[in-house]
Design a protein around this ligand. Structure first.
Ligand SMILES: CCCCC/C=C\C/C=C\C/C=C\CCCCC(=O)SCCNC(=O)CCNC(=O)[C@H](O)C(C)(C)COP(=O)(O)OP(=O)(O)OC[C@H]1O[C@@H](n2cnc3c(N)ncnc32)[C@H](O)[C@@H]1OP(=O)(O)O
Ligand code: FAD
Length: 551
């Protein structure tokens, strides 16, 4: 995050000085925004940067314990520089949060600079290869030029100058990282389902008839139900990630031309896609672990590490709930656009359905299900806005009415995101397979149908509310879904092999390409320190005295 922020928040002159040093690893930096007391609420950050025109420096301070920077990756022992997000004060006026480049350790000795308190925050659920740290300042001075001045400046005499045309220019790095994290979710879910599907093809357990041999667990319908949605989702996230990256690039290009019109939609899309992709990936990676029984619980399976790594992405770079609420904010505005008869941006153009007053006729084709997801999203948004307005009419303020409606707002944002993801998934597969062999087309179509049927069956309640789907339609869809799983089964291992993930990348005794699961599990077990000697010394110091009643 250090380099993307240098690129996004520095003037060209500042980039010319800092970027080469950062890219050449002459300096190592991190992005220190979150504090002990605040992560989500950026406007509530307490670290201060007060400009002193006498010395043309900013004085950095941590006025309270909760103002200590907390969590930044590499902060504890690795980095010697930080991008610090602090409340900027000049001429006695606070101008809100701004980014500053702060040297925290000596470049030769690596000792913390005087006035800097830095350390490690302690063990975490995962990510323990990163030394996430804390950072406090005690009247620590940095040169005026260390303020990242692309979007705002403080002149030598302390005059504050706003440069950026849009209010949230300083939040740009977070949008960039959120876009990257969708791809990260796809990549890690692909690893987990490769491990789980390969293992499920090797693992034999139980024989339905006592004479027969034990079945591959991958033959069980319940195992296919657990795992094939994981494969389908890995592809869905990858294709949405590529689509979002293009949307991001197009928006950046427009901003460079001075046009910020598409920024709100990009923020809404990057928010909900980051939220859903990381949450789906984390829960489906855990589902892959569940599908591997006891051996999935071994660190040597690679699955616990993947889960611990990915579940963090649901929180960092914007907590799941918070980001969905950001998308909901955009959707409510879009709803009001429809009411006012104004044009809508492409990803919300389906909202006009919310005003037909009729249930969408159910159509179980892939396009029909996508239209149903859109009708469901429009219906949930419409119902949410109705709740919001009912509360406003009761005399509540907008903030109070909004807060009381946030459960529905989050539901509407999730439904919108599912509709966008489903639409992108199908259209990207069709675009990318135009010249593919019929077999490849067939397999990829089967996978997006798994995704569509799975989520339609997960949302039958909402579909009954907003479409004409009937009980027998749902019954038929369930049978069709279960039949589709059986069609995919013969290709399942080939499909995950196609992720082309090397053993060194999978780090898994269960998912290695050669399938020698049991030999690898035993080999990994031998590495346990407890196997260094036949009798551990704790027998003599604890067990034996205890058994002899002498403890
Ligand atoms: C490059 C590295 C990653 C690569 C990935 C690869 C591998 C992954 C492995 C490791 C990853 C590495 C390390 C971990 C990284 C994690 C680092 C961090 O976590 S950094 C800290 C992240 N923190 C957050 O995300 C905080 C979340 N909070 C917020 O974003 C904001 O507080 C807020 C919730 C958005 C609210 O902000 P605010 O109160 O200022 O704004 P509002 O009043 O709600 O809205 C005002 C207005 O502004 C619009 N807006 C808000 N944010 C943005 C934005 N980002 N972009 C554009 N517009 C934005 C918002 O829509 C409102 O507009 P309007 O409705 O028109 O008024
Ligand atoms: C592994 C990891 C690495 C990280 N790396 C960095 C880093 O490099 N740099 C950095 O600056 N930060 C980093 N972070 C911090 C991360 O950005 C924050 O943890 C994240 O933004 C969430 O903020 P928080 O922890 O304060 O949670 P909070 O915002 O306190 O959330 C706690 C709960 O309150 C809820 N909540 C909060 N506000 C609202 C609201 N308005 N409405 C409804 N519910 C609400 C949340 O949904 C959540 O359920 C990292 C975190 C992790 C886990």
């Amino acid at each position: 995050m250090f380099v993307p922020t240098l690129m996004g928040q520095c003037t060209p002159e500042q980039q010319a000085y800092w970027l080469p040093r950062a890219l050449d690893m002459q300096i190592i930096g991190t992005y220190a925004q979150t504090e002990l007391g605040h992560g989500t609420f950026i406007r509530g950050l307490e670290t201060t940067a007060t400009y002193d025109p006498e010395t043309e420096t900013f004085v950095m301070n941590s006025p309270t314990l909760t103002s200590y920077k907390w969590w930044a990756g590499g902060l504890a022992k690795t980095v010697n520089y930080c991008i610090v997000v602090a409340q900027l004060y000049t001429k006695g006026v606070c101008h809100g949060t701004h980014p500053f480049i702060v040297q925290i350790r000596d470049e030769e000795t690596h000792m913390p600079r005087p006035g800097v308190k830095v350390g490690d925050i302690g063990p975490k659920l995962g990510f323990n290869t990163a030394d996430n740290g804390y950072l406090g300042f005690d009247n620590y001075r940095i040169p005026r030029d260390n303020m990242m001045m692309k979007n705002a400046q403080v002149l030598k005499d302390g005059t504050y100058v706003k440069v950026a045309r849009h209010g949230k220019a300083t939040y740009g790095t977070m949008v960039f990282v959120r876009v990257l994290l969708v791809n990260e979710a796809a990549f890690n879910l692909a690893k987990a389902c490769t491990i789980a599907v390969r293992y499920s093809a090797i693992r034999r357990q139980c024989s339905p008839d006592s004479e027969g041999s034990e079945l591959q667990v991958l033959d069980y319908s319940t195992q296919q139900h657990k795992l094939f949605i994981c494969i389908a989702t890995a592809h869905a996230l990858q294709l949405n990630s590529t689509w979002l990256w293009k949307t991001f690039s197009d928006t950046l290009a427009a901003i460079k031309q001075g046009n910020v019109d598409t920024l709100p939609e990009l923020h809404a899309l990057s928010s909900c896609l980051k939220a859903l992709s990381t949450a789906d990936a984390a829960s489906l990676i855990e589902q892959c672990r569940h599908a591997c029984g006891g051996h999935g619980y071994m660190m040597s399976s690679g699955l616990p590490y993947l889960y611990a790594f990915v579940t963090a992405t649901r929180t960092y770079e914007g907590d799941y709930t918070i980001l969905l609420l950001q998308t909901a904010r955009f959707l409510v505005k879009a709803y009001e656009q429809v009411e006012a008869g104004k044009p809508l941006t492409p990803t919300v153009s389906y909202l006009s359905q919310a005003f037909t007053g009729k249930k969408l006729p159910w159509d179980s084709s892939p396009d029909g299900i996508i239209r149903a997801f859109q009708a469901l999203a429009a219906g949930k948004l419409s119902s949410t806005v109705k709740s919001l307005r009912k509360r406003l009419e009761s005399g509540l303020s907008y903030e109070q009415a909004w807060e009381l409606s946030t459960i529905q707002l989050n539901g509407a944002a999730e439904a919108h995101c599912r509709a966008v993801m489903s639409q992108n998934y199908k259209s990207e597969i069709e675009r990318l397979t135009v010249n593919s062999s019929p077999n490849v087309k067939l397999v990829l179509q089967q996978l997006y149908k798994v995704y569509l049927y799975y989520w339609a069956l997960e949302r039958t309640g909402d579909l009954l509310l907003y479409t004409s789907i009937s009980e027998s339609d749902i019954f038929e869809l369930q049978l069709r879904y279960e039949g589709l799983l059986k069609e995919i089964r013969p290709n399942a291992v080939g499909i995950v092999d196609a992720f082309d993930l090397r053993d060194e990348v999978l780090h898994s005794a269960l998912g290695s390409y050669d399938g020698n699961v049991y030999e690898r599990l035993m080999a990994e077990a031998q590495k346990s320190p407890l196997n260094a000697e036949p009798v551990n010394q704790t027998f003599h110091t604890y067990l034996k005295p205890m058994m002899k009643g002498k403890l």
